[in-house]
Every structure is written in structure tokens, then in C-alpha cells.
Design a protein around this ligand. Structure first.
Ligand SMILES: Nc1nc2c(ncn2[C@@H]2O[C@H](COP(=O)(O)OP(=O)(O)OP(=O)(O)O)[C@@H](O)[C@H]2O)c(=O)[nH]1
Ligand SMILES: [Mg+2]
Ligand SMILES: [Zn+2]
Ligand SMILES: [Zn+2]
Length: 1627
């Protein structure tokens, strides 16, 4: 039907003209153009050009019109339909700032922003542009007056809200349109039904855009049954009443309608009207717009305006200009109500001649001037239209609005009562098509998508059956899998089965389930689904998903809506309805079906095939699924993170999706995470939706189950400040109150979920609805536990409390008291939780979360303003949420982002830990591990810097002490030492601080270790200070003791020199040439005579044995009784330590030894302990002996610090041996000290011998003799002395220097060289040992590594050094380097002395010169000029020549020493004899605390000196730690990392023979943290070792070989290597 036929009259001719325009001459049209209204321009232009040429040019003029407006709004580039939802949702600076809108160009965006947050005041956004202008002008009166006068400014800067709305709709894509509609409808605004496009004079039925609006209401027919209708508005049939305007009308139709629809107490603008701000601005593009609004009853008679729902439609503009719109309204409405002021005859004719109007017509006449003419024409019209009196309503001058409104309502009620013709909007599309009106759903993408979706959803009948048939993978199989995955961690049902076997069984069961899953052919539904979402066209894909969601919603709404309401109702009376509630919950879960189920199935398809070999064809078919998932996330769809039904995370699927996503965003995936937690149905999802404009499932049809995540982009302008690219929002399932949780057995599930999301998030929003504050308390408990766990991991998320339904403006102030109470409660809960988790009970809330009572509490009024369904969203709600959002972004600015892979890693490891019950101790995260490792590496460097510095300082100090002939001041040296270590300590602490400040290497993850490392540095300082003090004291004491000897020697020398000179004089006087022999004879005579007269009282011999004994006694003084007796009888220490040391029964704790362990365990325990103690004792003895031998090797005298250090060392070792008594200690110490006493005594006596003054003097006899003869002959001595100085003094000093420096240099080279990684942390060190062991693969190696760990490590390191320095003569290289350093120093000293020589008189003699050189070098080398005979040098001997010769000899020395060093030597011997032993130093570094796992004996790998917890990367089957079955004596295959999570128990001497659960191992081993292996494969290495050397270990341990689980036998050497590479994170 064409429009010209349906509407008769004059205007109809215009319409006819439109059809015939091609024939009409242009002149005629001008006529029309003159007296028609603005909109008729369409005709004019069309006619104008249409007559001559193509229709294209016709649109020019009109388009300018629309274009003008779009330009004004800055939307010209978005037309048509180019604004997408995701651009609107992105967060940018504008999203969180409220600058006044300066230009119209900002208006649309601001409007959208506020609309997305469902702010009802959004419509007043319109005028703010104009307002701001006025505002700024208001500042002075003149400009205000000017403004009123000018009055022209308004046009340029204001716009009618309807125009803005129309423009936005024209520029939005269909998905944004849908979203705008939904939000508008939440605000209870009317929405566009027909959207005109004034450029084409076409209009569109906005069916698609309206599809997402779902309304819930209770018509009076259901009021008694408490039933309700909940449906999409487009499919709900109801009467439709249209309101149109004829010509001009002084009555505001829209305003009247608003009044009709509003409750008297609560007026609400459903329609924009002319008395609204900017409502009076002339409309430019929105005439012809048809809006629709609804009245929906709530089922309360005295509240409801209409008892049944009704749609109210409003046509903008004069109906004659919009024939199409008018026609369709007449076709579809129950009634059309026409407003007018006056009727022209033509108009009257036109209306009356219109046939085929289905709707009842009503006339609303508002005659401002009741002219005769008007009355007549009205009468005329009424009769022509055959209208009854009731169909004409007068708005008389004297009737006020209220009266008129109730009249109108009455009329409308009447219409509704008589209405046979209810219509749905969906149904209108047929009429629209007939009238040539387009429908927005017509596009092919939408239609295709609709078909695809229908293909799937139309077959759904019984949801439960459907899920079984079409989505079989996620049913029983996946739930079973989820259970097994948890059981794998919890091992609750293992019973007495061997654990490793049990685990292996679980694994194969899992395998089986996966195989079962992959045996299913892909179901038809899934095929369709996957095909549809892999569609090339993104648009079609989005349409498809939307259709799916809507169709599924319809299906589930039918069923779920009722169930959910029943559930809520029953929950109020919890105790009575327990069974029913539980059943309802199951029913709800079974009957819900959403897109997430299809996505879940996709995930399962992917996961199932992941276990197939990677080249499997079937598997490859599914490799692209994650990419689809990633696309959806990018498009803003929520993706299921935790499957709430199976209570599990599909980790592989998640990994696939997030990895793909990371690729798709080109690795720009910095994330900040916001999550929400709270009681069920408290509006969590609503809150997130309002805040971010997103679409998490809300309302009664659906609810959140599990957890969903959604990505929100960050705009460029905020990226830098926020330092992230996306915000990831996680919505979670509501937590249940304990009673509810109990009966649904979901407490665990809630706990897991909360722990996971708190762990993942940067900010956690705790949503609290004030009504259920008791429930809240229970829920907070769960939350607090979650936070507490995070604190133990060093993660402290920010926490924000949102109190819902607190409306008062002053809420914040009034609730100050409540806030404090909340804080108090939370603190109590935290402490209670801490006690439960066996943590420090003094912990405070603020220790576990970033919480500030002032700024972390938000009060948000109720969502609805009034009574739903007619209530709009509360402005206060929207505004509060907006304030909250701004503050959230502010908080996020100080958060550190994580990248997607990091987020993934967190998810995986948190989930892993959650699955284990003992969360804190089971947490392992490779990011944390890496961060810790980085920290250890750094710490290692600082430690060595500190040590190296102090070693060098000590060397210098010792040299200086040796070089002074006076008494050295101990005090001075010690105070300078103190200063030195203190500054070094400070420097090191500073390095630590800097490191933490630098935010490098994820330091935030290892915050909790900071204190440990601080303590480590302090301990390091103390250790260094002690050891250096000891060395320094010994050196000073030694030097001071030597002074006596030196003095005697010096005296003797002086006497002899005098005698020599005297003899020289005597001989010269004889005036005869004496021959060489004669001179010698004279000399000898003189010497013997002189020496005879001298007194050679040397060093006094001391009783060192007694000294050692006394020290030992003093140290053991605390003991009493038998022990003391033993000690008292031991005064002759030399008798001790001669035979082998043997551990005997009397060495053990009596109580323990007598303990009633009668069975096999008891006997073997004792045997083991004894053997262990023996090994340990041998180890201590070896170390002690080594210590003594090392000391003995030096050329110095015994010093009492030696004994002290020895005893301290033994004490340190003894601490590690438990259950041994004081008797053992005394016996062992006596044994070691016996040996030491003998050796030290020997050392002392040797020293005295060497330093015998007579001997010393005799040594220089030939020297003196030679000098004497030279003097006699007046030979030039400079050459000879230069040579002697070099050879006798410098060369040995240089050699010693190199010897001393070499050790430090070696360590330095090892720690900085190519292989340095090995030693950088204890974990890396373990890895390199394990790797090498595997390469060599001999049982001997493994046995010695496991059983004699420290001896093994020592040897290993020694071998490494040997290997390192044997190659390429590397050791010589180091020596040469040292040589170079020191020779340069000597040469510099010589140069300096030479230069000074010109000015200083002293240096003008050779002896003066030599002394000067020596003093310059006094901190570098120890030069002894004792037997140089300096006094016997002629004064006239030339210094200059001496220098010349000296330089020559220095070169000579260098060459000869170089030669010496370059020679291949026995490196091993050299290393052993170095005063600073690099092997010991490196050993100390990598050996760490040396503690072994109490179960499997794996060594601790923790860094730093005093770590709080010991841990190791991989534990071993306990058989390797010689545990065996007490019954069968077979070696045990269980790994401690499995054991400590099982239900099993253990007993040993530590538990005093009592059985104790493994889970609580920390009761006995509180400082051990045995984390579960990050993967089943982690222990492959040790499983392989035990499997390979089962027999050998059995022999070694006197046990029977272990029963190796079948699966272990298939582990290859490569797999073993791979497993440790993975665990130690070595590529
Ligand atoms: N009266 C009232 N209703 C609200 C308020 N906030 C949300 N609702 C409604 O409560 C219902 C549940 O809201 P949701 O956002 O789904 O709640 P939820 O906490 O996500 O629920 P679950 O995910 O099932 O735990 C919806 O119908 C909301 O419209 C409020 O402040 N007052
Ligand atoms: Mg929710
Ligand atoms: Zn262990
Ligand atoms: Zn340790």
C-alpha cells in the first residue's frame, strides 16, 4: 500500500507529488517550498534536481542539513553507524574527569558516558554546553544583559535533546544502539521506535535495537497468584496507544504523557518535552521520530495507574509530514490520539478521507480561542470519522493539567479494556515491510546470524537432556575430572594404598576420562556454534552471539525465573527448607543454559584433544579454538574463568586463550585487575555493569556462577598514567552464608573462589548489602582468609568496601561509627583467621590488605528510585558508582601491572595452590620463584663485594702490622675495622633498598623477603667482623710478640755491625794488603768472639696443650655431673684423639634411647641414628683436623684464637645433630682438641726453633763476611746491593703477595666468569650438580651426593676450580695479573723515592732510599731488610747507580717470576696451600645453611644467611633418604611433596615414636616449607635415579629394593633432565 492512497487531502497531494516528481516542472515546486515547513525541503530539492538528472544529486541539499548538525556535534566521521560499543566502553581521561562541556563536540561523548552509567540526569547534559557559556558570562552583570540582548548565541551552542539522540542513533552501530536502548529503558526513558533519516526521508523500525530490553511486571490478573511476567519487551503483546499532533499545538503532548505515566508522588520525564532544558530549541533532524514508552504495573491496586501493561507511542512533528509513520501507527495501535489546536478544512478532509484505519481515533482539542470556525470544523470531522462523544476530549481553559490527565487516563483505560488488538513490536515488522519501512534487522548479517542461532536453539526442548546430548564433555566427565584433579592434590581417599602408586592411578584415570571425552564426535550444536563464531565477518559473529544469548535467555527465563524466585523465598526461612533449597540449587544449575556453556564445551573439546599427540590430525582440528576465545574477549564478551558447576578452571584452555590473546594484542597486554566479591544477589554484577557499562549476566533470569572475566580497553590518553593497556574485570558468583553453604556443600567452593580472585586482583571490591549484615559477617570471614593467604605470599591487594542501599547524603559521616566497628570486627576476624591458619595471631587487617577506613568505604544508595518496574535507576546510585569508579582508577594508578602471561601464571599457580588444602605452604609460583632467584643473585653479588672488600682490607692491615717495628695499637686497628665494616654494611643495605626501589625483577613479589635479607646483611657483617677481628688480633699479638725477638736480633746486629766496622778499621791500619783468606779468618775470629759474649735468650716455650685444655674447660663449664668429671680427668689432652672416634649408646639422650619403640622401626631408627651420628662426627672431626692443619701450615706462632675458632666451629656443627647428649659433645670435643693440642704444641715449638736468635744471627754470617770484604776492598756496592735487595727482599715479598691475593682472585674469577651462574644462587648450584650427576650417571656419585653431602660438595667445587684453572693455564694468567699489579706498585714507589731524593737528604744514601721505598710499600708487601746489612754500605756508594741497577733487577725479577708462574705446576697442591682458600669460600657461598629435608634429605636452597624457612626445588622419593617400610624393609618410593598433602602419618624419633599426620609436619619441622611439586613430572629426575639404581641403593642402605611403580620405569634420561630444567627454570 502506498502512502498517497491511505492519507487523503491536500497534503496527500504533496505525497503524490513525491511519486510523480520526475514529471513535475521545477517552477511548481518552488511554490511548495515556500509555504511548507522545514521538512518539506525534502520534496523541494528532490523535485528541483530530480526533473533534470539522477537522484544522487538530490540528496545534496538535505544531507547538508543532517551533516550540519553532525558537524556541529563532531560526529560527521561516524555517520552512519560507525561508533562501536567498545569505543564507548574504553576508559580514557574523560571517563574519570568532569570538565564542563565547552563545545558541542564533547556533548555526544559525555552523553554516552553518562548514559552508560545509567544516569537519569543524562538528559540535562544537553544544556550544559549553553549553560557554561552563560555561567562564565554571569560573572559580571553587563555581559549578562548583553547576552539577553543579543539572544543569537543560543542557536550556535545549543541543540535539542531529541536531535542529539537521533544523531547518536544514526551514528551508532547496531550493538551500541542496543546498549543505548537498554540503558535508556533502565532510566525509564522512552526509546525510538521508528528512527527517521531525514536525508532519505526513510525511517527504520528499531526492532533489533530494542531486543535487549527485558521487563518484569505483575499485571493485576496475576496479582493474587503472585505470578509475574518477565519477557523481552519486543515480544510482549500489549495494547499500543499512539499520540500524534496535527498542525501546531499549544499543549505539550509529551509533557501530558509524562504526567499520565507518572505516579503522583514521583514525576518522571519519560518523554523529552519542550519545557525541559533545551527542549525548546528547534528540532532539526528528529521530526518524524516515533518514540515508545511503557507503563508496566507492579500488581498493587492502589499504586498502579493502569492494571495491565500498555505501550505509549509518541510521534514527533506534524503527522501530515510523516505519512509513513502515521500510517503504520494507525495500522498497529489500538488507538491513535490526535492533539491539535485548530483544524484547517484541508486537514479535516484529509483525515476523514483516510480509510483503512484500524485504530480507534481520538481527538484532543485544545482551543485557546474557541472560534466558531474551529467548533464547526471539529464537528464536521467528528461526523465524517463517525466519532462518538467519548472520542473527543477538550482541554478547556479552566481544566487544569491534573484534571485533564485523569480524563486521559480514563480514556486510555477504556481503550485498553475494549482492546482486542494487542500487538508486539516484533509483530510490527510485517506491517512495516508492507509500508516500505525498513527494519533494522533486515541486514543480511543479522538475518544469517539469526538463522544460525535458531538452528541451534530451536532444537532445545528439555535443557537437561539437551545438555547431555549436545554438550556431553562438560557433564559427568568434566566434573569427574575436576574431582580427580583435586584429589591429586589432596589425596584424601588414598587409604593405605602406596601413594605414588595411587597418584599414578589417578593420572591414568584422568587420561582415561580425557580419552572418553575425545571419543565423542563433535555434536551438531557445537559444530554449528563453532562454525558461526569462526565467521569471517565480525559483525555477523557478534549478531550470532547476541541472538544466541537472547534465545537462550528466553528459554532459561521461562524455567529459571520461577526457580530463582522460589529459591530466594525459601532462603529466608533457611532452617525449614533445607532439602528444598538444595534441590532447587541443583535444579537451577541443571536448567541453566547460556553461551558460557557452549564456550565451556569448546574449552573441553580443546582440553581433551590436548592430551593427544601433537601431530594428531584430530587434535589439530581444534588448535584454533583458543583464538576464537581470544577474539571474543577482545570484543568485550565475558569469558568464564572458573566453571562454577565443576568448580574448576580449565587450565589448558585458559592458557590457550590467554596466550593467543597476548599474541593478538602484539604483547601489549599490561593488565590491572578489578574483582568483586559479596553475598549472593546483592547487585555485584549490576555494580560492575553500571561502573564499566559492561554486560555481565544480571537479573532473575540468570545469575553469576563461577567467575567471569572481561577486558576493558584503556584509551591512549590514560595508558601512560595508568601504566596499563587493559583493565580486567572479574565478576564472581555470590558467596553463600554458612548455613546455606553447608547444605549445598559449597563452603569449599566459595573459599576457593574467593582465594583465587583476591589473589588475582589489584583491587577487590567487597559488596555488602546493608539488609543482610549478619550474612555479611560470615562472608567477610571467607574474604579475610583469602587476604591472609595472599599476605603470606607477599601480595597485598587493595580492598574497597561498598555498602549498598545506604542512601543518605550524610551516609559517610553518620557511618563513621559503623566504620570503626567494621574495622574492629575485621581485625578480630583477621586474628581469628590467623589462628586458624596457624599464623601470627597479632596480625592486623591493615597488614593483609590496603585498607583505609576513610577512603575504602563507599556508600551507595539503592538501585531503583521508586517501585519497580516503573522505577528509573536512582541518580544517586549512578552518581555514587561514578565517584567510586573515579577513585578506583586513582587507586589503580599506584598499582603495578601484570602482563597476560604473568596473569596466566598467577592464575595457574594460585589455582594449583587452592587445590591443595594447605594453601600457604603449597604455594609455588614461577614468577615469585624467578623474582626470588633474581634477588638471590643480586644478594650474592653484594655479599661477595662486601667480603672481597674486607678481605683486601685485612690483607693490607696485616701487611702494615707486619711492617711496623713498633708495637701496633690493637685499639686503633679494631676501631678502624669497625668503621670499615659499618660503612660496608650500610653500603650493602643501601644496595638492597635501591634494588627494592628500582621495581626491577618483580620485586613486589618478594617484598616479604626483604627483612630476611636485611638480617642476612647484618649477620654477614657480624660474621666478617668476628673473623677479621680474630685474624687481626692474632696478627697484632704475633707482631708484638715478635718485637722482643726483633729487638734482640737488632741489638745483636748492631753490635756485630759495629764490630765489623771496627775490624775494618783495624785491618786498614795494618797497612798491608790482606788476602781474601786472611780477611775471612779475621772476620771469623771476630764473629766467634763476639757471639760468645752475647746473650741468646730466645722465645719462651709455652704449654699450648694446657691453653687448649683451659679454653675447652671454660667453654664446657656449664655442664655438671658425669660430664664434668670426664672433663676434669682429661687434663692431659695429648692422650685424646688418637684412636678412631666411635659413637656409642651413651652418647644419646637417655630418655629418647630408652623410648618405647620396640618394633623394627625402633631398632632401625637407633641403628640409623647411630650411623648418622658417626658420619656426622667424622665430618666434624675431618673439618676440625683440616682447620688445625691449615693453621699449622702458616709460619706463624700458635694463637689462642685458634682454639676459640675451632671450638666455635664444632659448636656450629653440633647444633645440627639432634638427640645426642652432653657426653657426646664432650667426647667429641676432647677428641678433636686432643689432636689440636698436639699439633699446636708442635707448631709452637717449631716456631721457637725457627726464630732462635742465635740461628737467626748465624744465618747472616756469610752476608756480613762478604760485606766486610767488599768494604775492605772499597768495591762499589750499588750493583750488588741492588741485586740483593731485589732477590732477597722484594722477590719473596712479591711471591707472598701473589700467593695471598691469588685466592681472592680465583673466587672473583669464578663468580664473574662464564660459568658464574652456577654459583649465583643455591638453586642454580643444585641444578648444575644434578645435571652433571645425570651425565655421569653412576651410583657411587649419587650415593656420595646424598649421604656425604658436604664432603661431596666440597670435592665438587674443588674439581670445578681445578677444571676451570687447568684449562689454558688460566691460573698462571691470574698470577701474572697479580704480579703485574705489584710490580707496577714497586716501580712507582722507586720512581717516587727517586724524585723525592733530590730534596730529602735521607734518601741520598742507599739505606735511606731502600727504607723510603719500603715504607711507601708498607701496606702492600712485607719487605724484610734484616739481612741486607744496610749499615755496612759505604756512604759514598752512589744512590743513582743503585737506582739504575735496581730498575734493571726489577725487570729481571719480573721476567723470572713470570717464567715461574707460567710454568705448569700442580694446581691441586697450590690450591691446598693457598692462605686464602677459594674452594672454602665458594663452598660457604653455595652450601648455605646446609640443612637437609627431614624426610628425603634434599639440601635447602634458600638464599641469604638467616632465612626463616628452608626450602628446596625438588624433593626425592624418601627411599633415597633411606626411609623404608617398617614391615617389608623395602625402600620407600613416596615423595615427601606428595606425603605432606596426604592423609598419611609418620613417626620417628622426632615425634617420639608417636604417629603424626604428615600434613602437620610443621609442628616438628617448623622451619621447613615443603611445597608440592609444580607438576607431576617435577620429581621425574629422582624417580629416574631411584629406578635406575634401586639395587645399589638397597645394598648401600641395607634394605630391600623399592617396589617401583610401573610408570616410573618409562621415564627416560631426557625426561629426567627436562624435569629439572623446568623446575629450576633453566632453559
Ligand atoms: N532493590 C534493589 N535491587 C537491586 C539493587 N542492586 C541490584 N538489584 C537487583 O538485584 C538483582 C540481582 O542483581 P545482580 O547484579 O545479578 O546480583 P549479583 O550479586 O551479581 O548476584 P549473583 O551473581 O547471583 O550473586 C537484579 O535484578 C538487580 O536489578 C539494589 O540496590 N536495590
Ligand atoms: Mg552476579
Ligand atoms: Zn623432602
Ligand atoms: Zn635453609
Amino acid at each position: 500500500m502506498s502512502s498517497e492512497k491511505s492519507v487523503p487531502g491536500e497534503r496527500a497531494q504533496e505525497a503524490e507529488l513525491q511519486v510523480e516528481m520526475k514529471k513535475t516542472p521545477a517552477s511548481q515546486i518552488t511554490h511548495f517550498a515556500e509555504d511548507t515547513r522545514e521538512y518539506s525541503f525534502t520534496f523541494t530539492t528532490v523535485l528541483e534536481n530530480g526533473t533534470q538528472s539522477t537522484p544522487v544529486s538530490t540528496s545534496v541539499c538535505t544531507k547538508t542539513h543532517l551533516e550540519d548538525l553532525l558537524c556541529k556535534l563532531g560526529l560527521e566521521n561516524y555517520f552512519p553507524g560507525k561508533i562501536t560499543l567498545s569505543t564507548v566502553l574504553e576508559i580514557g581521561t574523560e571517563s574519570i574527569t568532569d570538565e564542563p562541556i565547552q563545545s558541542l563536540k564533547k556533548l555526544p561523548w559525555c552523553f554516552l558516558k553518562r548514559l552508560m552509567m545509567v544516569n537519569v540526569t543524562v538528559l540535562s547534559t544537553m544544556c550544559s554546553a549553553a549553560e557554561t557559556d552563560t555561567d562564565s558570562a554571569l560573572q559580571d552583570l553587563d555581559s549578562v544583559l548583553e547576552l539577553i540582548g543579543s539572544n543569537d548565541d543560543q542557536d550556535s551552542n545549543t541543540i535539542n535533546p531529541l536531535d542529539l539522540l537521533a544523531a547518536l542513533f544514526l551514528c551508532s552501530d547496531s550493538f551500541l544502539q542496543q546498549e543505548i536502548m537498554s540503558k535508556m529503558s533502565m532510566c525509564q526513558f522512552a526509546v525510538p521506535l521508528f528512527l527517521p533519516d531525514c536525508s532519505t526521508s526513510q525511517c527504520t523500525l528499531m526492532l533489533w535495537a530494542m531486543r535487549d530490553i527485558v521487563k518484569k511486571f505483575r499485571p493485576c490478573s496475576l496479582a493474587d497468584s503472585k505470578g509475574f511476567v518477565e519477557d523481552s519487551i519486543v515480544t510482549t503483546a500489549m495494547p499500543m496507544i499512539s499520540f500524534v499532533r496535527l498542525g501546531d499545538c499549544s499543549l505539550s503532548k509529551s509533557q501530558i504523557l509524562n504526567q499520565v505515566l507518572s505516579n503522583p508522588q514521583q514525576y518522571h520525564d519519560v518523554f523529552i518535552h519542550r519545557n525541559m532544558e533545551s527542549g525548546n530549541v528547534p528540532r532539526e533532524i528528529s521530526n518524524g521520530l516515533v518514540e515508545i514508552g511503557w507503563y508496566l504495573p507492579c500488581g498493587k491496586k492502589n499504586l498502579d495507574i493502569f492494571p495491565e501493561p500498555v505501550a505509549v507511542v509518541n510521534l514527533r512533528g506534524d503527522l501530515f509530514s510523516f505519512q509513513k509513520q502515521f500510517s503504520i501507527l494507525c495500522q498497529t495501535s489500538s488507538a491513535v490520539i490526535i492533539f491539535f489546536d485548530s483544524i484547517a478544512e484541508s486537514e479535516c478532509n484529509l483525515l476523514s478521507s483516510a480509510g483503512n484505519i484500524k485504530a480507534q481515533l481520538f481527538l484532543v482539542a485544545n482551543f485557546p480561542n474557541k472560534t466558531e470556525k474551529n467548533i464547526n470544523s471539529l464537528k464536521d470531522l467528528a461526523s465524517k470519522l463517525k466519532l462518538s462523544g467519548s472520542q473527543i476530549l477538550f482541554k478547556k481553559q479552566q481544566t487544569n493539567d491534573a484534571q485533564f490527565v485523569s480524563k486521559l487516563r480514563l480514556t486510555m483505560n477504556g481503550i485498553m479494556e475494549n482492546c482486542q488488538h494487542k500487538i508486539t513490536i516484533e509483530g510490527m515488522s510485517a506491517e512495516a515491510h508492507e509500508l516500505g519501512i525498513s527494519v533494522d534487522e533486515d541486514c543480511t548479517e543479522c538475518q544469517n546470524a539469526k538463522r544460525s542461532a535458531a538452528q541451534i536453539t530451536s532444537t532445545i526442548d528439555d535443557v537437561v537432556r539437551y545438555k547431555e546430548d549436545q554438550l556431553p564433555l562438560q557433564g559427568k566427565l568434566w566434573k569427574e575430572l575436576a574431582k580427580i584433579e583435586k584429589e591429586e592434590c589432596r589425596l584424601r581417599k588414598a587409604g593405605d594404598k602406596p601413594l605414588e602408586q595411587y597418584k599414578a592411578n589417578l593420572q591414568s584415570e584422568k587420561q582415561k576420562l580425557r580419552q572418553q571425552q575425545s571419543r565423542y564426535d563433535m555434536s551438531e550444536a557445537m559444530q554449528c556454534f563453532i562454525t558461526a563464531i569462526s565467521n569471517e565477518s565480525k559483525e555477523e559473529r557478534s549478531y550470532f552471539l547476541k541472538w544466541m544469548r537472547m534465545n537462550l535467555d528466553v528459554k532459561s527465563r521461562k524455567k529459571l525465573s520461577g526457580l530463582r524466585d522460589e529459591y530466594k523465598e525459601k532462603c529466608c526461612k533457611l532452617s525449614e527448607n533445607k532439602e528444598i533449597i538444595a534441590a532447587l540449587d541443583r535444579q537451577i544449575s541443571n536448567s541453566s543454559l547460556g553461551i558460557e556453556h557452549f564456550m565451556r564445551e569448546m574449552g573441553q573439546l580443546y582440553e581433551a584433544t590436548c592430551s593427544l599427540p601433537s601431530n594428531n590430525a584430530y587434535r589439530q582440528q581444534f588448535q584454533d579454538l583458543p583464538s576464537l576465545g581470544a577474539d571474543l574477549l577482545l570484543d568485550g564478551f565475558p569469558l568464564e574463568l572458573v566453571d562454577g558447576d565443576a568448580s574448576n578452571i580449565p587450565v589448558r584452555w585458559m592458557t590457550g586463550v590467554l596466550t593467543k590473546l597476548h599474541e593478538k594484542v602484539q604483547h601489549k597486554s599490561r593488565l590491572l585487575v578489578v574483582t568483586v566479591l559479596g553475598v549472593q544477589s546483592t547487585g555485584k554484577s549490576t555494580l560492575l555493569n553500571t561502573m564499566f557499562g559492561v554486560q555481565f549476566a544480571v537479573s532473575s533470569g540468570r545469575c553469576t556462577r563461577g567467575a567471569f572475566m572481561l577486558l576493558i580497553g584503556i584509551k591512549e590518553d590514560l595508558k601512560e598514567e595508568l601504566n596499563c593497556d587493559f583493565i580486567l574485570v572479574i565478576d564472581t558468583e555470590g558467596l553463600k552464608s554458612p548455613e546455606l553453604a553447608e547444605l549445598e556443600d559449597s563452603y569449599e567452593h566459595d573459599n576457593e573462589l574467593a582465594t583465587l580472585v583476591v589473589g588475582l586482583s589489584d583491587i577487590t571490591i567487597i559488596n555488602i548489602a546493608m539488609e543482610n549484615s549478619t550474612e555479611m559477617k560470615d562472608i567477610l570471614q571467607i574474604v579475610v582468609h583469602a587476604f591472609l593467604r595472599m599476605e603470606k605470599l607477599g601480595k597485598k591487594p587493595n580492598c574497597q568496601f561498598v555498602h549498598q542501599n545506604v542512601g543518605d547524603v550524610s551516609a559517610h559521616d553518620n557511618n563513621a561509627r559503623d566504620r570503626n566497628k567494621l574495622l574492629e570486627q575485621l581485625n578480630e576476624m583477621t586474628q581469628a583467621a590467623a589462628r586458624m591458619e596457624k599464623l601470627d595471631p597479632n596480625i592486623k587487617l591493615t597488614d593483609v590488605m590496603e585498607y583505609d577506613p576513610e577512603h575504602s568505604n563507599w556508600y551507595i544508595p539503592g538501585l531503583w528510585h521508586g517501585i519497580p518496574p516503573m522505577a528509573p535507576v536512582n541518580t544517586g546510585y549512578s552518581e555514587s558508582v561514578y565517584e567510586f569508579k573515579k577513585s578506583l582508577i586513582e587507586v589503580l594508578k599506584s598499582c603495578k601491572y601484570q602482563t597476560l602471561p604473568e596473569f596466566l601464571e598467577w592464575t595457574r599457580s594460585l589455582w594449583k595452590a587452592v587445590k591443595h588444602e594447605n594453601f600457604i605452604f603449597s604455594f609455588r609460583n614461577s614468577l615469585v620463584a624467578e623474582a626470588y632467584s633474581n634477588l638471590c643473585v643480586e644478594y650474592g653479588k653484594w655479599e661477595w663485594d662486601f667480603q672481597k672488600h674486607m678481605y683486601n682490607w685485612l690483607a693490607t692491615a696485616e701487611t702494615r702490622i707486619s711492617n711496623t717495628s713498633n708495637q701496633s695499637s690493637k685499639l686503633e686497628f679494631l676501631s678502624s675495622l669497625k668503621k670499615e665494616v659499618t660503612t660496608q654494611e650500610e653500603t650493602t643495605l643501601e644496595k638492597l633498598t635501591k634494588y627494592y626501589e628500582s621495581k626491577e625483577g618483580h620485586v613486589n613479589l618478594v617484598k616479604s623477603y626483604r627483612a630476611t635479607f636485611e638480617i642476612s646483611i647484618k649477620t654477614l657483617r657480624i660474621e666478617i667482623e668476628n673473623s677479621v677481628t680474630n685474624k687481626l688480633t692474632a696478627a697484632i699479638d704475633f707482631q708484638n710478640g715478635m718485637k722482643k725477638v726483633h729487638d734482640v736480633n737488632g741489638k745483636h746486629k748492631a753490635i756485630l755491625e759495629e764490630k765489623v766496622l771496627k775490624l775494618l778499621g783495624d785491618c786498614r791500619e795494618r797497612n798491608e794488603d790482606l788476602s781474601e783468606e786472611q780477611l775471612e779468618k779475621e772476620f771469623e775470629k771476630m764473629w766467634d768472639e763476639t757471639v760468645k759474649k752475647l746473650d741468646f735468650k730466645g722465645l719462651e716455650k709455652r704449654d699450648i696443650v694446657l691453653d687448649v685444655y683451659n679454653q675447652l674447660r671454660k667453654q664446657l663449664d656449664r655442664h655438671v655431673g658425669a660430664v664434668k668429671m670426664v672433663l676434669n680427668q682429661a687434663s692431659d689432652l695429648t692422650k685424646y684423639g688418637v684412636n678412631m672416634f666411635n659413637v656409642t649408646d651413651k652418647h644419646f639422650d637417655r630418655a629418647w634411647f630408652k623410648m618405647n619403640i620396640t618394633d623394627v622401626i625402633g631398632i632401625t631408627e637407633k641403628k640409623f641414628k647411630k650411623e648418622e651420628a658417626n658420619i656426622m662426627a667424622q665430618c666434624v672431626i675431618t673439618q676440625g683436623n683440616q682447620f688445625v692443619s691449615d693453621r699449622k701450615h702458616t709460619t706463624s706462632d700458635y694463637h689462642e684464637t685458634y682454639t676459640r675458632e675451632l671450638l666455635e666451629m664444632i659448636d656450629g656443627k653440633l647444633k645440627e645433630i639432634k638427640k645426642l647428649n652432653a657426653q657426646f659433645e664432650v667426647d667429641l670435643k676432647l677428641h678433636i682438641c686432643g689432636f689440636a693440642a698436639r699439633e699446636f704444641q708442635q707448631m709452637h715449638e717449631d716456631f721457637i726453633k725457627v726464630n732462635d736468635p742465635l740461628k737467626h744471627l748465624e744465618k747472616s754470617r756469610p752476608q756480613y763476611c762478604a760485606d766486610f770484604i767488599d768494604l775492605y776492598h772499597e768495591k762499589d756496592q750499588s750493583l750488588k746491593k741492588a741485586e740483593e735487595f731485589t732477590e732477597r727482599c722484594l722477590k719473596p715479598a712479591v711471591r707472598e703477595y701473589v700467593n695471598k691475593a691469588l685466592g681472592i682472585e680465583i673466587v672473583d674469577a669464578m663468580l664473574t666468569g662464564a660459568d658464574s651462574v652456577k654459583y649465583s644462587t643455591r638453586s642454580y648450584f643444585q641444578h648444575s650438580i644434578l645435571k652433571q650427576l645425570l651425565e655421569e650417571n653412576t651410583s657411587e656419585n649419587y650415593v656420595s651426593y646424598i649421604r656425604k653431602y658436604d664432603g661431596f660438595v666440597k670435592k665438587w667445587i674443588f674439581d670445578c676450580i681445578l677444571k676451570e684453572f687447568s684449562e689454558d693455564n688460566a691460573l698462571s694468567g691470574l698470577e701474572l695479573k697479580c704480579l703485574e699489579t705489584i710490580t707496577q706498585k714497586i716501580q712507582a714507589a722507586v720512581k717516587r723515592a727517586e724524585n723525592e731524593g733530590t730534596s730529602t737528604r735521607d734518601i741520598k744514601t742507599i739505606s735511606g732510599f731502600v727504607e723510603n721505598v719500603c715504607s711507601v710499600l708498607s701496606s702492600d708487601i712485607v719487605v724484610s731488610t734484616d739481612n741486607l746489612g744496610l749499615k755496612l754500605i759505604q756512604d759514598k756508594a752512589s744512590v743513582k747507580e743503585f737506582i739504575g741497577h735496581l730498575q734493571y733487577y726489577l725487570e729481571q725479577m719480573k721476567t723470572s717470576l713470570s717464567g715461574e708462574f707460567s710454568q705448569r705446576c700442580d694446581i691441586q697442591k697450590k690450591l691446598i696451600n693457598l692462605p686464602f682458600k677459594p674452594q672454602d669460600e665458594l663452598f660457604r657461598k653455595v652450601f648455605g645453611c646446609g640443612k637437609l629435608c627431614p624426610f628425603c634429605m634434599v639440601p635447602c636452597e634458600a638464599g641469604g644467611k638467616d632465612h626463616k624457612e628452608h626450602h628446596a626445588s625438588v624433593h626425592r622419593p624418601k627411599g633415597l633418604g633411606r626411609w623404608r617400610s617398617s614391615v617389608s624393609n623395602k625402600l620407600s618410593v613416596s615423595v615427601c611433596t606428595t606425603r605432606v598433602y596426604s592423609e598419611n602419618t609418620f613417626r620417628n624419633s622426632d615425634t617420639e615414636g608417636e604417629y603424626h599426620p604428615y600434613k602437620d609436619y610443621r609442628k616438628f619441622y617448623p622451619d621447613w616449607n615443603i611445597a608440592p611439586d609444580p607438576s607431576i613430572e617435577a620429581s621425574d629426575y629422582w624417580k629416574y635415579v631411584l629406578t635406575t639404581f634401586n639395587e645399589e641403593f638397597a645394598v648401600e642402605y641395607h634394605a630391600k629394593p623399592a617396589d617401583i611403580p610401573e610408570q616410573w620405569k618409562s621415564i627416560t634420561k631426557e625426561q629426567a633432565l627436562k624435569s629439572i630444567n623446568e623446575v629450576f627454570n633453566v632453559k
